[in-house]
Design a binder for this molecule. Structure first.
Ligand code: AHG
Ligand code: MN
Ligand code: MN
Length: 339
């Protein structure tokens, strides 16, 4: 007998919709489109070791980094489903220089724009380590009916309607948040559907995992160094020493820390004060998910979601995780102010 308590992503979003008689279903459609692109990317990720999809695509993305072929493929899939769907008026992508207004009669009627990092952790593709996709959904500020404008994309993260990520890992999961909660769906390969497996995810208030690139230690600000050492010096009765875990795909690192409790940091360094991670495609969506789950996210002084963006590809330092660990981090940062 099939377990009827098991719900697919579509069933779940439709059930949510039924609670709001005036809802249009546009967000449900959007999530279904994103789920479809994720399934297509998943198939390619699974055969990455087998076919000639490995390696550089002889291109450099707008941030000047090497682009792997799978990044290009993933970008095409997400752009394609959103362009051909009926619930997205335009996109911004880590892999595309400028935003794209779909600007056709159907897309112009949509109230949403989507920003995404189609493939996160691309340096890990060649070595069979989990990678991901990150997305953020905003309600446009320009009038419905015409093409979207830059202002629709340059909105602070606090205005996100939904955000989520996909992990292509030991199993493939799609996790998304709206203001009402964070829910995780695992891909059931037997039916090719994302199935609710992690309802109402809450990030524990206190964790004992810290995730940071230790190789940069001597390039971090003194407050960050002090916090890392505080994690290492924790007494046993305080859960110490904390465990350091850093995969190098923020989707995987943050998924683990979200579920188990923990803190993830990508601070600025002496050579790159703005850090590495992109505000619009990486930090804002995760900050939204983390806050809905009960955690916090800052750039060291400001709440990530309050940052007024000035460019589609801007970077920001990121500190994100369990609220108790963020409190301790902030104590360390305050004790070592940068002039
Ligand atoms: P992307 O593959 O989209 O460029 O992102 C990789 C990011 C992030 O996922 C990860 O946490 C970080 O880069 C790792 O950077 P370092 O190797 O500098 O630690
Ligand atoms: Mn990324
Ligand atoms: Mn990427």
């Amino acid at each position: 007998m099939m377990n009827r308590n098991v719900r697919t992503l579509d069933e779940f979003t439709i059930q949510q919709l039924r609670q709001f008689p005036h809802a249009t279903g546009e967000l449900s459609n959007l999530l279904r489109d994103i789920g479809l692109a994720a399934k297509r990317v998943n198939v390619e990720v699974n055969k990455a070791g087998l076919v000639d999809i490995l390696g550089d695509a002889d291109l450099v993305n707008v941030q000047g980094e090497d682009v792997k072929k799978l990044d290009v493929y993933a970008n095409q899939q997400f752009e394609g489903v959103l362009r051909h769907g009926i619930s997205c008026a335009g996109i911004g992508s880590e892999e595309i220089d400028d935003y794209i207004a779909f600007d056709d009669s159907v897309s112009n009627q949509s109230k949403y724009v989507v920003m995404f990092d189609p493939l996160d952790g691309s340096g890990n593709i060649d070595v069979n380590v989990s990678i991901g996709t990150i997305f953020a959904v905003y309600r446009r500020v320009s009038p419905v009916g015409g093409p979207v404008t830059r202002a629709d994309f340059l909105q602070p993260g606090v205005r996100q309607v939904a955000a989520g990520y996909v992990v292509y890992g030991s199993s493939t999961m799609l996790v998304y948040a709206t203001r009402r909660g964070v829910n995780g769906f695992t891909l059931d390969p037997s039916i090719g559907e994302f199935t609710l497996s992690h309802p109402d995810i809450r990030c524990p208030g206190q964790g004992r995992i810290y995730s940071v690139n230790h190789g940069n230690f001597f390039r971090y600000a003194p407050g960050v160094q002090a916090y890392i050492q505080r994690c290492q010096r924790k007494e046993k009765e305080d859960g110490g020493p904390y465990t350091q875990r850093y995969i190098g795909s923020m989707v995987s690192d943050l998924h683990r820390n979200l579920v188990k409790g923990g803190i993830f940091m990508y601070p600025g360094t002496t050579d790159k004060p703005g850090g590495k991670l992109r505000l619009m495609y990486e930090c804002n969506p995760f900050a939204f998910i983390m806050e809905v789950a009960g955690g916090r996210a800052t750039d060291g002084s400001r709440r990530i979601l309050d940052i007024e963006p000035t460019g589609l590809h801007q970077r920001t330092p990121l500190f994100i995780g369990s609220s108790g660990m963020m409190d301790e981090l902030e104590e360390c940062l305050a004790a070592h102010p940068i002039d």
